[in-house]
Design a protein around this ligand. Structure first.
Ligand SMILES: Cc1ncc(COP(=O)(O)O)c(C=O)c1O
Length: 381
């Protein structure tokens, strides 16, 4: 298929973050004063501001969203082989934290429409050994989590709410990240707020807060001997420079979320008539789409393979990313023989084979969105 387009094929990366002037002012002040490591006033300030933005009592900043998950899970003090329910269709971090801690990941399939773990599947997988559920919100919508949380509460199962992709999103009227016993976030460059790399754990529980703080900083001793460590911890500290950036970004969070939704709506309006692709709706009864990224799933009848679409888009200067690859298919977990071959996850497999996302960073321009949609509609027609 030949595509004739007027465009000069300017390269459009999958993500261009937006850095505001406040971040530069804040970071410069750290550089000028020499507060460049994890000591410094911006760290506390960002933890306070971010937890208050999410209506939570305590915030523990860490070096990444992956680190946040590891620390959050470790703080629950579970026993080897305790079961943790996670989605198979997700970033590896949500399963990796379970495996690294010697716990047992129990996978669930995802919904074909909102791409999140299916609540009834989660509930079906609960056993006496289930000690935690990592509710992982991905792409644009939160997990429909009311039923899961109610059942978890009644069985004393802890909830870790991975809200990395949902900064500022609400489930009904409450912020995502305010539901879990512990909630985790990532501030990687493609998140709604970025600090380059970084993450955060939020909780209302003082004991968990104290434990997480200790775990992120090598569990240094409290009292007489600082160098007598009381547990296996990590150096997962967040720097003052990152926090300085975070404070600047947080000042603009309302604008960022508004713009993200505008980007999503523009894509939606230009692609909704294409019958060969599935795109998510603008809202469900429990949330408006926050468009972490703008995802596309090729329908079975599209008659074209994803890899071909992606190649053709790239030839026109448009970078894309494939959807996540399911956990039960991962080389590393096959080697470890972690998951039974008998259990099937057809939706996760379909999404991972047919899904990809378009450039959706805050820095994208409206004329770029228009160009991308023109090209895509010509490739898949
Ligand atoms: C849902 C989810 N959880 C965790 C992470 C890991 O975050 P990080 O890249 O900061 O380690 C990501 C990153 O994209 C994510 O999307």
């Amino acid at each position: 298929m030949k595509i004739k387009l007027k465009s000069k094929n300017k390269f459009i990366p999958v993500n261009v973050p937006k850095i505001f002037s406040q971040e530069k002012i804040n970071v410069n002040s750290c550089l000028n004063k020499g507060w460049i490591s994890s000591q410094g006033s911006f760290v506390n300030l960002f933890e306070k501001q971010f937890s208050s933005y999410n209506s939570r009592k305590y915030g523990i900043s860490v070096s990444s969203g992956t680190a946040a998950l590891e620390i959050a899970l470790k703080s629950l003090n579970l026993k080897p082989k305790d079961e943790i329910i996670v989605p198979t269709f997700s970033i590896i971090s949500t399963t990796l934290c379970v495996v690294k801690l010697g716990l047992k990941p129990v996978l669930v399939d995802s919904d074909l429409e909102n791409w999140n773990m299916i609540p009834n599947e989660v509930i079906k997988k609960i056993t006496k050994k289930t000690k935690a559920i990592i509710i992982t919100h991905i792409y644009g919508f939160p997990v429909d989590m009311r039923k899961i949380i109610n059942i978890a509460k009644s069985k004393n199962i802890k909830i870790i709410e991975d809200s990395s992709e949902m900064i500022g999103q609400k489930y009904y009227k409450k912020k995502c990240g305010s539901f879990g016993d512990l909630s985790t976030f990532s501030f990687y460059a493609n998140k709604h707020i970025t600090t380059g790399e970084g993450g955060m754990i939020l909780t209302n529980d003082k004991k968990l807060y104290t434990k997480c703080k200790s775990l992120r900083n090598l569990c240094f001793g409290i009292g007489k001997n600082r160098y007598d460590h009381d547990d296996i911890g990590w150096n997962y500290r967040f720097t003052n420079l990152q926090a300085a950036m975070g404070c600047g970004q947080l000042k603009n969070i309302s604008w960022i979320i508004k713009r993200k939704r505008e980007i999503g709506k523009r894509y939606h309006a230009l692609l909704k008539f294409n019958k060969k692709i599935f795109i998510q709706p603008l809202k469900y009864k429990f949330a408006k789409n926050i468009f972490w990224v703008f995802g596309i799933v090729l329908k079975k009848k599209s008659g074209i393979k994803r890899e071909r679409v992606i190649k053709m888009l790239l030839a026109k200067g448009i970078q894309t990313r494939n959807f996540f690859y399911p956990m039960h298919k991962q080389k590393v977990f096959k080697k470890l023989k972690l998951f039974s071959k008998k259990t099937k996850y057809p939706n996760a497999e379909f999404l991972s084979q047919n899904g990809f996302y378009l450039p959706s960073g805050i820095g994208i321009k409206n004329n770029e969105i228009k160009y991308i949609c023109e090209v895509l509609n010509k490739i898949i027609n």
